[in-house]
Structures are given as structure tokens and as C-alpha cells.
Design a protein around this ligand. Structure first.
Ligand SMILES: C[S@@+](CC[C@H](N)C(=O)[O-])C[C@H]1O[C@@H](n2cnc3c(N)ncnc32)[C@H](O)[C@@H]1O
Length: 203
């Protein structure tokens, strides 16, 4: 029987390089969602795509626990959840070339200028994220924050390891009844515009 404990994965030890597919009993490609929150996207994508292995990383303990418990209750065997800082994990622990799709939806915008240095998307993180993508790996980014989105796509679009592709072409949306991530649903209700971009690693 699936339990939250069997869905949850401990962060790697210091200096350890991991290949997350070893944590799954099911075969398939490997996708990573950074900042999975309550796990709405993770759950829907896992149910709609049993041939995909998904790892959600979440820093906030209460959302991480909620998410692991939710996956266990729904019996999804192709998801794992880890509580850690995704920036540190990607930059220091993930085996290069192991990610087929990287999902990054509504990363915290840290709107005050003095907090911009806390933003996930920085040049060193983008370099590391490109390194962990496989030869035709995809990276999808979505945000409601126009200024942060522009900063992100400026960095991603000018990166020599990435080429922008139409969002629809990236084919990494969720199931047919998909309504959006938790934050997307909230912001669409408020009438905010949602910005999206998709990239493929240059082989
Ligand atoms: C604005 S929420 C978006 C949640 C979800 N992606 C959605 O669209 O509904 C951002 C999430 O990223 C998590 N987060 C922020 N920085 C993180 C980091 N460095 N590593 C892992 N999770 C992080 C936050 O705790 C939060 O749950």
C-alpha cells in the first residue's frame, strides 16, 4: 500500500550525486516540478501520464507533507516528493542530463527590489538547470508576475543551451480536464494575465 512515507524521499547527503529514477518502481521518462506547492499539477500530470516518473520539490514543510499525503491517498505510484531547497538540489545533487521535462510554475516573485536576490531564476541556477536537462529536454515556465517573467525569459532565451519553442509544442500540460495549478486558478479568478514560455535543450 502506498503511504506518504513511501512517496517522500529524503534529500541527498552532502556531496552525493543522485539519479532520481532509482527512487521509482515504475518505468518511464523523468520530470521534475520545482515548487510543487499542494501538488495539484503533479497529481493531475501523474494520473494522466502513468508512463512518466515525476519528482516534486517543495521547500515549505506544510505543503510538502500535504502533497505527499495527497499522492498516497490517490494511489499514484509514479510520483515522489522531496522537501529541500530546489536551487541547492539542482545545482549540487542532480545527475547531469537526467531530466526530460522541468516544470516551473509561479515561482515566488519576491516583488521588492531588495529581495530580488532571493529569486530562484539567477544566471548560475539557469546554467545548472540546463545541465540537468537531457539532450532534447524541455523546460516550461509560467508566471503571473510580468516583471519577473520578463527577467526569466530574458535569461532563458539568451542561453546558448536553450531554444524557445511554442508552449503547445512542448506538450507538457496536464490531463484533459486540467484547470491550472493552484496559483494559476487563483490568479485567473482575479483576472491576472498568465505568462508562459517553453524551451528545448539544444542537442
Ligand atoms: C507561488 S507558489 C506556486 C506553487 C505551485 N507551483 C502553483 O503554481 O500553484 C511557489 C512555491 O514554491 C515553493 N518554493 C519557493 N522556493 C523554493 C525552493 N528554493 N525550493 C523548493 N520550493 C520552493 C514555495 O514554498 C511555494 O510552495
Amino acid at each position: 500500500m502506498l503511504t506518504a512515507e513511501s512517496i517522500a524521499v529524503d534529500p541527498p547527503a552532502e556531496g552525493e550525486i543522485v539519479d532520481p529514477v532509482a527512487w521509482f518502481d515504475t518505468p518511464g521518462s523523468f520530470e521534475l516540478e520545482i515548487g510543487c506547492g499542494k501538488g495539484g499539477f503533479l497529481l493531475d500530470r501523474a494520473l494522466a501520464n502513468p508512463g512518466v516518473r515525476l519528482l516534486g520539490i517543495e521547500w515549505a514543510n506544510k505543503y510538502y507533507k500535504y502533497c505527499a499525503d495527497r499522492m498516497a491517498r490517490r494511489g499514484v505510484s509514479n510520483v515522489r516528493v522531496m522537501r529541500t531547497d530546489a536551487r541547492f538540489f539542482v545545482m549540487n545533487h542532480l545527475r547531469p542530463g537526467c531530466v526530460d521535462v522541468l516544470h516551473l510554475y509561479h515561482p515566488d516573485p519576491w516583488p521588492k527590489k531588495r529581495h530580488h536576490k532571493r529569486r530562484l531564476i539567477q544566471p548560475d541556477f539557469v546554467d545548472a538547470a540546463v545541465r540537468v536537462l537531457n539532450a532534447r529536454g524541455r523546460w516550461l515556465v509560467q508566471s503571473d508576475h510580468a516583471e519577473y517573467f520578463q527577467e526569466m525569459i530574458d535569461l532563458l532565451s539568451s542561453h546558448e543551451g536553450l531554444a524557445e519553442v511554442p508552449w503547445e509544442e512542448a506538450e507538457a500540460s496536464s490531463g484533459p480536464g486540467w484547470q491550472g495549478t493552484n496559483f494559476e486558478i487563483k490568479y485567473v479568478r482575479e483576472g491576472r494575465e498568465i505568462h508562459r514560455a517553453a524551451y528545448v535543450a539544444r542537442a
